[in-house]
Design a binder for this molecule. Sequence first.
Ligand code: CS2
Length: 498
Amino acid sequence: MTRDRLSDKTLKSLPSNVSVPAYDRAGITPGIVHLGVGAFHRAHQAAYVDACLANGESDWGIIGVSLRSPDTRDALKPQDGLYTLAIRDSAGEQLQVIGSIQSLLVAPEDPGAVLAALTDPRARIVTLTITEKAYLRAADGALDSAHPDIVHDLANPGSPKTAHGFLAESLARRRVAGTPPFTVLCCDNLPANGATLHRLLIEFAKLRDADLARHVADEVAFPSSMVDRIVPATTDADRLRIADELGLEDSWPVMTEPFRQWVIEDHFPAGRPAWEKFGVTMVEDVRPFEDMKLRLLNGAHSGIAYLGLLSGHATVDRAFADPSIRQFVDWLWAEAIPTLPRDAGLDPIPYTAELAVRFSNTALAHRTAQIANDGSQKLPQRIVASALARLEAGLLPEHLSLVVAAWIAACAARGGTLPEGHFTDPLDAALNDLFGRNLATATMAEAVFDLAGFAKGHAERERLIEFVATHLVHFKQGGPKLAFAALGIGNEPPRLTE
Ligand code: CS2
């Protein structure tokens, strides 16, 4: 059956249980340019902005930019940028059509149009969700200035490919035109994400000209933020179900959970929407929130993903229902919690209790393979940082180090017990090369640490590698069962005899 498409024109035909933008979309002007307009942005920042627009703040419409693929633009353009957000848990599904994305651009097709959007004086904030690997950091954390895309952007400033290239060129043009800089709001899961991007962009600008680097350093604001909402990839079954519920076709609805959180450092010299009216926490220092989220939510997520994959679980809820993995996550949290800053008054106990409920959400079917992607980019801030902090404090990181080993074991299992290409990593070529060399386990662990830059230059690096190598031996000899058993997980409790 062919159905009409969701669009401004068909909005009024939606059933009354679907909420729709409660504002005149034609009256909105673009105030935010978002780089990386994927599902996460559409479930999170775009939904918060939608609430601000409905509250009459009409100058914060979003221009969504894809830095790589045209897929999102192709899906949403015929829908006037509209899409359905499906908020799901065991209680059911609540549908909300989001209207905050006014237009969509595809950078590789027309970098000039992206630069035009970024230099428009009405654009006062640039937000980013481009994933960890798109920040193009070398193993030592500095800008990877030898990366071909960076080399390209330095040689062709008027047609960039990277976020760095777009930000630097548009800030340079705004400066020449006398337009105040926009505020750059990083929304990726990186530690001190604003400060990290600021540092990388200064490094990039220095390679162009020292004056621009000074401008970026002194005059552009980069507040850090912590973003949180679980957003599994949309499936064809989701598309069919949503179309049935809407009575209209939506090419790319987004699935998510009821929970959402956004904590932002309040430093927006060019102005900002009144996000705080809609549940956003504006703070001076995001670090305690960010550490808690990266180490407890994302750290556990990565553990569940790799151990889940190695134990045959395709989704987070199923892996988390596995008693060994469940027990492991509790121990992981117990290891990570003492590494968190204590000065902020945050309480990790109710936080982890809530995480346990979120990870058990069976309506999401969040795939372990989705989270497994890009481990080399994710583990430093999720796992390695807390493991090193424990070692420094004279504490053991037995469970944290198991996640690093599980990542290596899962990477090596692709093409064997896991399908080839089941998940990917920017280091895949080099990792596969290592796995093919039949190295002794300890040598291999060391080589992976070198490759990924884990714990580079840290005094406790060797000790951490020893833990990882020991777990790897267990994975090799007896899979996750033996690795768990060595930690006392999943063993039969001792039987009392009369
Ligand atoms: C996940 C995150 O895919 C992943 O690596 O850990 O995307 C996670 O779902 C979000 O950070 C939750 O806010």
